[in-house]
Write a protein that binds this ligand. Structure first.
Ligand SMILES: [Zn+2]
Ligand SMILES: [Zn+2]
Length: 491
């Protein structure tokens, strides 16, 4: 992949994100789905990547219905290049928005990046597999646990026909199992670990936690349990990447943490990136806190100006108590996670040149967010048994949250702990991070707000209002946007 200087230039957007579905339900017509493209590919075949597919064809159709000009095929000749709307610049060939939407889905979208296999993230895509097929199979890309869920629980000839190319299926869908944290064998330099999924777009996936089973953990904070179900559900049972499944004969001790994931999506020529998060819970109340690994990966990209936006869920407003978040975020936790990120960004900006890690070590650090988390956790909570496996929920306790005496800012206690790059005498520079405006230039797009039905203030607007109130105090400097279906965002 060719790469040039990737410093952001607001006048020349490199990435476009189209919001197909902005909510986390319960209404089924606006659930999570996006289209992402590298702007320079100019609507060529295979240039769009779908990120989740709660809705898909219906949402594209609806957008085209609203943006196709009247008089198509009569006053306005076909084919026609759209002038307005999210698909401006794209050529359409029919007067029918449905036919044009099918064209988009069939010819422009090859890959579907799935964050996790909950229905509100996959249902539209699954139903759309019954649409007239193109000449290439649709590629479902995700963590192995996600692919396993599709294979065992969706395309299994029970819930839906086996349209996959495995187990004698019809071959309309092909599975792509992604390597957590990126494959170290792929790419070089800034592209290292990234997998090219469409013309000009490359991705790196990280797993995060999205709640835990309710059967065995009635409330948060439970320790490990015996999981004796005979349902070998592939993604419900995880030990941070090491999948342990129970069978009728063998019961194994497991942590019932549900895996979700986040995708760094990179426009290869410019180096500009967006981070798109699946459903995720706060590290501070998680049985398996893994967001810190994502923030460690993101922080240098923000400091260098390459990461332009973070799409992150906020399902509920702050009236939700912790025991009813069910693996999701609320405004108070959005700001807490952003403060953790801001402190990491600030830490990178404050590191004097003499302390800057070598390129090789920096790469190792960036690629090992989870490992670094374990180092941090060990330093925070005291010694734990030596364990070279990826961080396990058992050895990893949530970073303790403390309040800075000098400010209202919430600071993760691990941030006062020296990382592998610094010794203790140098750590004093970390103790008083200058938080204000550390995230200036970053756009935070709030997704997956769940509708309320009380006829009062729309849920998303209340959530945004609460986030902005927290931001008033935190002064992180980022811009918060509430996602809406049919929205087009460029970065
Ligand atoms: Zn969801
Ligand atoms: Zn979910």
């Amino acid at each position: 992949m060719a790469r040039q200087d990737g410093m952001r230039n607001a006048s020349q957007p490199a990435l476009q994100v189209i919001v197909l579905g902005a909510s986390g339900g319960p209404r089924e017509d606006n659930v999570t789905a996006f289209l992402v493209r590298s702007v320079r590919t100019n609507w060529s075949r295979g240039s769009l990547v779908a990120l989740d597919g709660g809705v898909h064809l219906s949402a594209i159709t609806r957008i085209l219905e609203e943006t196709q000009p009247p008089g198509l095929g009569a006053d306005i000749a076909l084919p026609h290049v759209l002038r307005t709307g999210p698909f401006a610049g794209m050529e359409i060939h029919s007067t029918s928005a449905s036919a044009n939407a099918l064209d988009v889905s069939r010819n422009l979208v090859d890959s579907y990046l799935i964050t996790h296999p909950h229905l509100d993230h996959i249902s539209g895509f699954v139903l759309n597999t019954a649409a007239p097929p193109g000449t290439k199979p649709k590629r479902i890309a995700g963590l192995p646990s996600t692919i396993s869920a599709f294979k065992n629980h969706i395309f299994n000839n029970v819930i839906w026909p086996n349209l996959s190319d495995e187990n004698n299926g019809a071959g309309l869908v092909t599975y792509m199992r992604l390597v957590e944290g990126g494959s170290p064998a792929l790419g070089d330099g800034a592209d290292r670990g990234y997998l090219e999924v469409s013309d000009g777009l490359a991705v790196k996936v990280f797993s995060v936690s999205h709640g835990h089973c309710m059967e065995r953990h009635a409330h948060r904070g439970s320790t490990s349990s015996r999981y004796g179900s005979t349902d070998s559900g592939p993604s419900v049972i995880s030990r941070n990447g090491v999948r342990t499944q129970s069978t009728g004969e063998t019961e194994r001790e497991t942590e019932c943490v549900y895996d979700s994931s986040v995708y760094f999506i990179r426009d290869a020529p410019s180096g500009r990136e967006v981070l798109m998060c699946g459903d995720v819970e706060p590290d501070s109340i998680s049985l398996s806190p893994r967001n810190i690994g994502v923030w460690l990966e993101a922080a240098p990209k923000i400091a260098s100006g390459h990461l332009a936006a973070i799409f992150i869920e906020c399902s509920y407003d702050d009236s939700r108590t912790d025991d009813r978040l069910y693996g999701h975020l609320a405004p108070r936790y959005i700001i807490q996670e952003m403060q953790t990120l801001a402190t990491e960004v600030e830490r990178i900006r404050q590191i004097p040149a003499r302390l800057e890690p070598t390129k090789k070590r920096k790469r190792e650090l960036e690629e090992s967010g989870r490992r670094v988390s374990r180092i941090i956790a060990r330093a925070t909570v005291g010694p734990v048994p030596v364990d070279d496996r990826p961080v396990s929920p058992k050895s990893m306790r949530p970073p303790k949250i403390i309040r800075s005496e000098s400010s209202e800012n919430i600071v993760s206690s691990h941030l006062t702990v020296p990382t592998a790059e610094m010794n203790l005498k140098d750590a004093s520079i970390l103790r008083t991070p200058k938080m204000p405006n550390a995230l200036r230039g970053l756009t935070v797009v709030i997704i997956h707000t769940k509708e309320n039905f009380d006829g009062k203030e729309p849920a998303g607007e209340k959530i945004l209002r609460e986030i902005l109130a927290h931001e008033e105090k935190a002064k992180l400097g980022c811009q918060y946007i509430l996602s809406r279906r049919g929205q087009s965002l460029t970065f």
